[in-house]
Ligand binder design. Structure first.
Ligand SMILES: Cc1cc2nc3c(=O)[nH]c(=O)nc-3n(C[C@H](O)[C@H](O)[C@H](O)COP(=O)(O)OP(=O)(O)OC[C@H]3O[C@@H](n4cnc5c(N)ncnc54)[C@H](O)[C@@H]3O)c2cc1C
Length: 296
């Protein structure tokens, strides 16, 4: 049996590299001021899906919701082995919280239709909620296996997954179709392949055509470029909310009950720190203090 996989990926600000004003007045992320990267755990989700395809056959479709700039991570997904990529982009979805984001993604996954497995990263490094995967599963009516570290077996419509936690692992059996959220320890994501970079480097969305025409003036017009890309399967599918059947009342700032009011950057200083002697007496003093502070 072959398996069709959908992987949900998010372009995130590189939170290890924050400069300038990271947040806007309305509590949303000032994405323009930050370098953007492929959410790290989503690379592990993509790798797991690619391995399923290699072992059993089927396809890997990668979906992201974000601004046009998010096409960058879709090209990266093509370079790494995805068969098909979809960008869900619509100004009306801007400012969506996890409830609204998972609703929009659920609509897009339903439009993709033919899937056996949906993969997500466990968590995105900007919002950090780890809610989107489980919420998408719930809205699609799928069983979910979170913290997936390995697919131990896949037979017919039965899957056995090893889940990883800080204090151990767990094996669970589930029925397909199902959704997995994947942790970092799952695998080593393959690097982009040189061959795939060459064959997909022109993959683009229409919003990128003006910049492409500057680089390759021989295409002359956007229409000619569009025809060239479409004929070679290099036109990245772009869906707006209506294409995915989204009810606009349920997305964007107005469809999002969560409001992020303020974000502070916390710098932990040495103030108030205490050193304990590396001896039995020092250890006893440390434990006594932790008990007194109700930490233990
Ligand atoms: C600092 C900060 C704090 C926030 N706090 C909250 C909050 O408390 N409550 C709240 O509801 N919202 C919050 N948000 C908004 C939240 O980031 C967005 O709703 C976001 O769309 C999804 O949440 P997440 O980043 O936490 O994703 P997570 O739930 O951590 O993402 C898990 C996985 O879901 C998939 N995924 C997530 N987003 C997308 C996408 N756009 N396209 C495709 N796949 C995706 C990826 O596979 C990802 O690895 C916050 C945002 C920021 C920047």
């Amino acid at each position: 049996m072959t398996y069709n996989c959908v992987v949900l990926v998010k372009q995130v600000p590189d939170t290890t590299n924050i400069t300038g004003k990271a947040m806007k007045e309305d509590g949303t992320v000032n994405r323009a001021a930050l370098p953007a990267i492929f959410n790290p755990e989503d690379l592990h989700a993509l790798e797991m899906a690619l391995q399923v395809k290699e072992q059993y056959g089927g396809s890997v479709t990668v979906l992201t919701m974000g601004p046009p700039r998010a096409a960058e991570i879709l090209r990266e997904a093509l370079y790494r082995g995805a068969d098909r990529v979809v960008l869900l982009t619509d100004r009306k979805t801007a400012g969506s919280d996890t409830l609204a984001t998972s609703y929009a993604l659920k609509c897009a996954v339903e439009k993709i239709r033919d899937y056996d497995l949906v993969f997500c990263g466990r968590q995105a490094i900007d919002g950090d909620t780890a809610q989107v995967g489980p919420q998408v599963a719930e809205k699609l009516g799928l069983p979910q296996i979170t913290y997936a570290e390995a697919i131990e077996s896949l037979e017919g419509s039965e899957i056995v997954v090893r889940r990883a936690f800080p204090l151990g692992t767990e094996r669970v059996k589930g029925a397909l179709p199902c959704l997995l959220t994947v942790v970092e320890s799952a695998n080593e994501p393959r690097p982009p392949s040189a061959r795939r970079i060459v064959s997909n480097k022109l993959a683009a969305i229409p919003q990128e055509y003006p910049a492409l025409l500057e680089k390759w003036p021989e295409f002359e017009t956007e229409d000619k470029l569009d025809g060239y890309l479409a004929a070679r399967g290099l036109k990245i599918a772009v869906w707006c909310g209506e294409d995915a059947g989204i009810d606009y009342e349920k997305v964007g700032l107005s469809g999002s009950p969560t409001k992020v009011l303020k974000i502070d950057s916390v710098v932990l200083g040495a103030e108030g720190s205490k050193e304990f002697e590396a001896s039995e007496a020092g250890l006893s003093a440390l434990v006594r203090e932790l008990v007194e502070d109700y930490i233990l």
